[in-house]
Design a protein around this ligand. Structure first.
Ligand code: ADP
Length: 452
């Protein structure tokens, strides 16, 4: 059974991991798709705004073209080398002005987006009719080749468009053509948030589905473990009761056999000893049956016969009777209250307290201290012992029906796991509560709280 549950948990965990991975993959795919869609949208918007920037400032664009022409001719004359041409292009004086104008245009036409951009020059190639093309420079898009813009890096930017410009001229009666290519890169500030905003529905839905799955999984596993625990507890109970019944029955069997012998019957001393044993075992059987009966009654609810009692007196009577039964146990009282009148069922409360006191003896105590106190309008009775104590993780289970701490199942201490369950039922019937504090090896303290 345990192996099956572990296998089931392992399979469910794997299935959950696979499902979560698939879910993450789907979310990531949706995210990538949304990013691509967003880029296309921006490209289209920007394409609408500017074509070759002459619509932004035709004078500046004309100036730029004149500069390109001038530089080409200087180069053909041999006045400038390739490196000079590149430097002059990149350091032109209308750079800042055009950058500001494009920025303003973006702000006006795309007010909802904060856009950083860079226009980088990729190619500057001269064609002369007779000769082959003369490449002044041709490079991959590179932020150092920035003509205009406020972007400092192309890392998180995406390509919006490339613009190829051609112009022609005549130099020393020979025709030449100039080909330039520049690319616009754009980065939208907070674009991740924009995309996440568009994915809110998908994200919430997938998160909810995963959470629902995990919750269902946890509920199912908890129910399974509980079921297993109930089964284990029932098996333990059957083992315990069989064991408990066996001892008196065997003793009774042997005693009957002995009584059949005439020599024993004739000897008064031996006869009485055997009869005493039979009586003791009979009582033991009776008390076992009473315990089981009491608990099945508790199942149907306990009917209390309440009366007004002086609680401290009542406690002292129980303690004195207990001292007679267990003379070797040192039982102390420490009452912080006096003459507290409570309305209680004497019979049931005596049973509950005796169960706790007998447990203290059963589980290794030599000294038991009973204390009373008044805490926030509640009368507390605590029973402190110096016995074997109870592990922290077992304490919450103590009041469950048939529960015994494992080491108890070794039958080194007898019991059915019903005592504390019955205590809990009795105290609950009085609208009170019972709790436990314990340190393994140091002792245990049970506290019963009753309404004043
Ligand atoms: P049982 O018949 O086993 O005594 P109970 O319901 O009375 O059943 O107690 C449940 C379990 O709680 C016991 O098996 C024992 O392990 C633990 N227990 C109860 N009282 C004490 C105590 N005073 N000290 C240590 N362990 C205790």
């Amino acid at each position: 059974m345990k192996q099956r549950i572990n296998l089931l948990i392992a399979f469910s965990v794997v299935a959950l991991i696979v499902l979560s991975t698939v879910q993450c993959y789907l979310v990531k795919t949706t995210y990538d798709y949304k990013v691509a869609q967003f880029h296309t949208e921006i490209k289209n918007e920007i394409a609408k705004i500017s074509n070759n920037y002459s619509d932004i400032d035709s004078v500046l664009v004309a100036k730029k073209e004149a500069l390109y022409k001038q530089l080409s001719e200087n180069y053909l004359q041999g006045k400038n080398n390739k490196a000079d041409v590149k430097t002059y292009i990149l350091e032109n004086e209308y750079n800042d002005v055009l950058t500001q104008k494009i920025q303003r245009k973006f702000k006006r036409d795309l007010p909802n987006l904060k856009i950083d951009f860079a226009i980088v020059l990729n190619k500057f190639i001269l064609y002369q009719s007779a000769k082959k093309a003369d490449t002044i420079f041709s490079e991959k898009p590179f932020i150092q080749n920035k003509l205009y813009g406020n972007l400092a890096s192309l890392n998180h930017a995406f390509l919006v468009r490339s613009y190829v410009g051609t112009s022609s001229g005549t130099f020393e009666n020979k025709n030449y053509k100039l080909l330039t290519e520049d690319s616009m890169y754009v980065s939208v500030i907070d674009w991740e948030m924009i995309i996440l905003g568009r994915m809110t529905f998908v994200l919430i839905l997938s998160l909810l589905s995963i959470l629902t799955l995990i919750t269902l999984f946890v509920i199912a596993i908890k129910a399974l473990i509980k079921q297993k625990k109930v089964n284990d507890i029932k098996t333990d109970f059957i083992n315990n009761i069989t064991h408990e019944l066996k001892t008196p029955l065997t003793t009774l069997g042997i005693s009957t056999k002995i009584l059949e012998r005439k020599d024993i019957r004739d000897n008064d001393e031996n006869f009485n000893a055997i009869v005493n044993t039979i009586s003791r075992q009979n009582n033991r059987l009776q008390s076992l049956i009473d315990q089981v009966m009491a608990n099945s009654l508790a199942e149907n609810g306990i009917e209390l016969q309440k009366e007004k009692i002086e609680t401290e007196d009542f406690l002292l009577t129980i303690v004195n009777d207990f001292k007679i039964t267990y003379p070797a146990i040192n039982i102390k009282t420490h009452f912080k209250t006096q003459k507290t009148h409570l309305i209680l069922d004497k019979f049931y409360l005596t049973t509950a307290l005796l169960n706790v006191l007998e447990n203290a003896v059963k589980y290794g105590s030599n000294t038991i201290t009973i204390k009373t106190n008044l805490i926030q309008n509640q009368f507390s009775i605590s029973v402190e012992d110096d016995g074997i104590g109870i592990e922290k993780n077992k304490q919450s289970l103590l009041f469950e029906k048939f529960y015994r701490v494992e080491q108890g199942n070794l039958h080194n201490t007898k019991g059915l796991g019903l005592g504390l369950y019955y205590v809990d039922q009795i105290i609950k019937a009085h609208q009170g509560s019972v709790s436990v504090v314990s340190d393994l090896g140091k002792g245990t303290q049970f506290t019963i709280l009753l309404k004043v």
